[in-house]
Ligand binder design. Structure first.
Ligand SMILES: [Zn+2]
Length: 465
């Protein structure tokens, strides 16, 4: 179905073609189409087309004393032809002009709307009165207030013409993808900031689509032999087989209110994901368990890696293959600190190990995110968040920092026998560089209760966002 950019394209084209033309007479080939109008279409006979406007997906023809409202719905199309030319196959209504041309309204499925009203009734036309503001006019505050009243999925609200006029399935999918908002998100959970983002992206996308003449999807053509080009720039609509252009995971398609919706299950998630990043022994696990104690789902990459070492026979075999038997302890288990020592000096082996571990843990991470997608927040503790390139999963990244004395004290408490190696290992992870990419910073330099207090402040802050 044509949406705002497509209807705008038709409006521009028709304005060029028929503005100033006088209708000699209206010929009705299909009475089913004409009977939807309260006033007869033939009321337009002998009137001149003065202006063609658009409201949402409606075209509005202003004539001398009447208005013609037209909605193309699924398949409606206009063609301007010479009188002598043969009508198109599904011609329903003909506007014969005094200059020997005719405007054909063609509609295979006859779902289109065509209604005539006297100019003085302009303010009371029922189908226009119900329309919400255009995406170019609404303010974030206005959209926010409307969404507050609804628990329906945001995708359905964006397509609800009384909320916002002009957006249909194609552009709703595209706008939500650009805004990184899940189409399933309940409307009343959308924040004011997200409303501003939605409006900004709606304007950018719709403007770009208008510039390119809309999207030629299925049967829409603005005019004979003319195609829109925006379909070349679509990111998700109709692309369920593709991978996400942002995160390279597979896109997904689901039904929302009976409409197919394509989205990226990772970029457009419901739960906000908080990554906990930081120096070694700076309190990452303490932070993770603080959030767990508050009832939030947590994921510890370290724990998952430990499970790999302990339980995964394939991984154990891989380590033996990569490092040799020197990594085995006297009990025959893998000695992680020996591996740590080796990879500090051998970049190739480090990469080979990481190339095995990252995809394994990422698989677990994805299952975790999917399982908890309807939570408010989930917390991930990933010491190598940036090295693994998982920072894109996170809405927030909390960087934990601690003075060196505190790191050493914490390592001693953990009974680490390789404190200097641990610190050296950690230094190789470019904390200083990555910290700039974190959304929040927390210095753990006081007592445990001080630390908890700071974590609570952070939690309250992101809850308010
Ligand atoms: Zn994605």
């Amino acid at each position: 179905m044509p949406e705002l950019p497509e209807v705008e394209t038709v409006r521009t084209l028709l304005s060029r073609q028929v503005l100033g033309k006088t209708i000699d007479y209206v010929e009705i080939l299909d009475f089913h189409m004409a009977q939807k109008s309260t006033y007869p279409l033939t009321k337009l006979n002998h009137q001149t087309i003065q202006k063609i406007a658009r409201r949402g997906k409606f075209l509005i023809f202003y004539l001398d004393s009447d208005i013609l409202i037209s909605h193309l719905r699924m398949e409606g199309k206009y063609y301007l032809q010479e009188e002598t030319e043969k009508n198109t196959k599904y011609a329903r209504i003909l506007f014969h002009f005094t200059d020997q041309t005719k405007l054909i309204y063609d509609d295979m499925r006859r779902f289109g709307i065509m209604e005539v009203y006297p100019l003085e009734e302009e303010k009371n036309i029922p189908c226009l009165k119900k329309l919400g503001k255009e995406p170019f006019q609404i303010t974030p505050e206005e959209l926010f207030l409307k969404l507050q009243k609804s628990t329906t999925e945001i995708k359905a609200s964006l397509m609800n013409q009384s909320f916002l006029a002009g957006i249909g399935n194609i552009y709703a999918d595209e706008i939500l993808f650009k805004s990184k908002i899940s189409p399933f998100q309940p409307s009343n959970k959308i924040t004011l900031q997200e409303c501003a983002l939605l409006i900004q992206n709606a304007q950018n996308i719709l403007n770009r689509a208008i510039e390119l003449g809309g999207s030629t999807i299925l049967s829409y053509h603005p005019g004979k032999g003319i195609d829109g080009l925006f379909q070349e720039e679509l990111n998700v609509y109709g692309k369920k087989e593709n991978i996400c252009p942002d995160c390279h995971h597979h896109l997904k398609k689901a039904q929302i209110h009976g409409r197919g919706s394509t989205y990226c299950p990772f970029c457009q998630k419901v739960a906000k994901i908080v990554g906990i990043y930081g120096r070694i022994a700076s309190g990452k696990s303490t932070a993770l368990y603080y959030f767990k104690s508050k009832g939030y789902p947590v994921f510890s990459a370290d724990e998952e890696v430990n499970n790999l070492y302990k339980k995964d026979k394939f991984f154990q075999a891989y380590c033996l293959h990569l490092f040799g038997e020197t990594i085995l302890s006297t009990y025959g288990t893998i000695n992680k600190s020996v591996i740590k020592k080796i990879i500090l000096e051998d970049e190739k082996k480090k990469t080979a190990l990481e190339n095995y571990i990252y995809p394994q843990i990422e698989k677990k991470l994805k299952i975790f995110i999917k399982k908890n997608r309807n939570q408010e927040f989930v917390f991930l503790e990933v010491p190598l968040l940036f090295e693994a390139h998982w920072d894109h999963y996170c809405d927030y990244i909390l960087a934990l920092d601690a003075p060196i004395e505190m790191q050493i004290a914490n390592l001693k408490r953990r009974k680490s026998k390789t404190i200097s190696k641990d610190l050296e290992f950690n230094a190789s992870h470019q904390f200083e560089k990555n910290i700039k990419k974190c959304t929040d910073y927390l210095l753990n330099n006081g007592s445990l209760s001080d630390f908890h207090q700071k974590l609570e402040q952070f939690l309250q802050k992101i809850k308010k966002d």
